[in-house]
Design a protein around this ligand. Structure first.
Ligand code: PYC
Length: 315
């Protein structure tokens, strides 16, 4: 059995409904010099701690973990490696907003601009005095438009492949009601799409696995343009509108001439919460901005009793 530290300090929050657990202390320091290297190191050396933090009995499958590390760039406040119930993420929009709220809660930052290094690249966020966070995400792009998939049980599904800090397949599937109460049915449909992507050899750039599926339908809020359902890599759905997913969506709309630079896109989630987003251009890159709010829900210390058969998590 790999070694456990005596304890881990964590702060819990949710961003527009989606939980984040930030590990603020107790995790042995990662040695890799790059954020990509730290992501690998987390998988290779500390998978037992990833599982222990986010899985039952200490967590549950929708929680995204965020390990704070020293920064890579001297202008950054910290680095962060995100992880979920099956492994590390490249980037996480709701999680980054949760990290900013957590740093503010701990008194490590005030209102204003903060820069954070992630495995997908360095991002910036601005925290207003009232707690609203505006994330400036990594450059996002449409990778392949109008991809046809034959999906058992659903038939022909046409969608786009895009990068928003994670890889997404984005589609509208008529007949599916995007309601939190229907999440199990939606999860089955999105999982069938993910399986079809794999069997039909459809990937992101360089053969990267498309590990998020995002389905769209009409909004229920008058202030939103669209409602979504996002299947995350571990089979859970995002309770927020998904920061990287909203970024990918805006990049697709822009590439198709349906969203101008600076035009606001209000993305509603499956739970009715909202991210406000827009795009800017920097050189030849499209930079998404995503605005949302996180609330601190707890602060605790996790213990790993050597006698506990489930100290490395369940499942
Ligand atoms: O907000 O980017 C996001 C995200 C990814 C997975 C869950 N949330």
């Amino acid at each position: 059995m790999p070694e456990f530290p005596p304890y881990l300090d964590v702060v819990d929050s949710h961003t527009e409904g989606e939980p984040t657990r930030v590990v603020t202390g107790g995790w042995p320091e990662l040695q890799a010099a790059t954020m990509g290297g730290r992501r690998e190191e987390l998988m290779e050396r500390f998978d037992h701690l990833r599982r222990a933090v986010v899985l039952e009995p200490r967590g549950f499958e929708a929680i995204v973990g965020a390990l704070l590390t020293p920064p890579i760039h001297k202008e950054s406040a910290c680095g962060v490696v995100f992880f979920n119930n099956v492994g590390p993420l490249w980037m996480c929009g709701h999680g980054l907003i949760g990290v900013v709220a957590t740093l503010a809660f701990l008194g490590r930052i005030g209102a204003g601009l903060v820069q954070v290094d992630t495995p997908a690249g360095t991002v910036k966020a601005e925290r207003a005095a009232d707690g609203l966070v505006t994330l400036q995400n990594v450059p996002s792009r449409l990778h392949a438009a109008g991809v046809n998939l034959d999906v058992p049980g659903l038939g022909r599904v046409t969608g786009d492949v895009a990068w928003g800090g994670n890889w997404f397949f984005l589609a509208e599937v008529p007949g599916l009601e995007l309601d939190f109460a229907r999440r199990h049915e939606l999860t089955l449909a999105a999982t069938a799409i993910k399986t079809a992507l794999k069997t039909q050899g459809i990937t992101g750039a360089g053969g990267a696995e498309i590990d998020h599926v995002e389905l769209f339908g009409p909004p229920s809020r008058p202030d939103a343009q669209s409602r979504n359902f996002v299947l995350c890599p571990g089979g859970e759905c995002d309770r927020s509108p998904c920061g990287t997913g909203t970024s990918a969506k805006m990049a697709c709309l822009h590439a198709k001439g349906q969203l101008a630079l600076g035009q606001v896109w209000n993305q509603e989630s499956l739970t009715g919460s909202l991210f406000r987003g827009w795009l800017e251009v920097q050189g030849d890159q499209i930079i998404p901005y995503v605005q949302g709010r996180a609330f601190i829900t707890g602060r605790s210390t996790l213990f790993f009793d050597p006698e506990d058969p489930f100290r490395a998590g369940l499942g």
